[in-house]
Design a protein around this ligand. Sequence first.
Ligand code: SF4
Length: 342
Amino acid sequence: MKDIKELDLKGLEGIFTKWGEHPFRARQVFSWIYKKGALDFGEMSDLPSDLRGKLKENFCILSSKLVKKVKSSDGTEKLLLELKDGNFIEAVIIPTEKRITGCISTQAGCKFACSFCASGVLGFKRNLSSQEIIEEVLYLKNNSQGRKLTHLVFMGIGEPLDNYDNVIKAIRIINSPATFNIGARRITISTSGVVPVFKKLSEEGLQVELSVSLHAADDKARSSLMPINRIYPLKDLISACREYINQTNRQITFEYILIKDVNSGLQNALKLSKILRGLNCKVNLIPSNAVKELGIQPPAKPEILSFRDYLEKAGINTTLRRPRGEDIEAACGQLRLKHEKK
Ligand code: SF4
């Protein structure tokens, strides 16, 4: 049985034409799934019953199961999904006053083994298909309590640029007015710095936001936090970012997790301001979640604020992200880790 989410609108229209159905029925089906959140063809009451039957025989809507849902006191909600092969992934809903952001995974596990991240602890299992990525969005939409999902960040488990084709295919479908209609500018791809793929991404003509996880401003420190730095050191990464900015005319956001006793001193802020000088960029500071399994702690508030103030004085546009979901293990991969270790 084929997953219907593999198809864009044109693809389903083609199948309906072959079946001798009106192609406009495809738009109705899309509206049921992506706008009304229907998870069963039987619910599609404005379709003829024989067409509903044919759809049921040939297609499925869901391939994964929602196995756990945990809600933080700040409203952040984490969904644990079991894929059809028994792997687990996470998707998170992060509500604020003005927006509802969905954070989605792109791989089951991760091969990049960043030292502050729980996603890589159990190693890499496999890439998610574009349908599985879209399915996460479907779950998030259906669990957002009637509020519209406004933004999406590819910041969950896995490295999106290591699953490039499926991620780009999923983004094009998610972005389409016939499905979730989430504008490309409201979609952020977050990467640990898979340098060779930056050029390809800059040529896609997609207006997505690019966010680069930096987390340290010298090679020694970055390599110990992020092993990918040994393959693509800072010089190559920053130069790929510069080319990306020139090609797309878009700003890059650099993510910087502040970890106590690791990268949060003013000497680190000085190095960071030096390597970013002259780039059209923004820095997003993220106090780390406390992850017992990895032995990491966030710095104290005054240290966080001094770091931010230093960057701002150096002329770098800096934001400080509020930690979210601390009481539900919202750091990437924590819930999955706990579940799989049971
Ligand atoms: S931070 Fe991203 S790239 Fe690094 S281990 Fe976690 S999921 Fe993988």
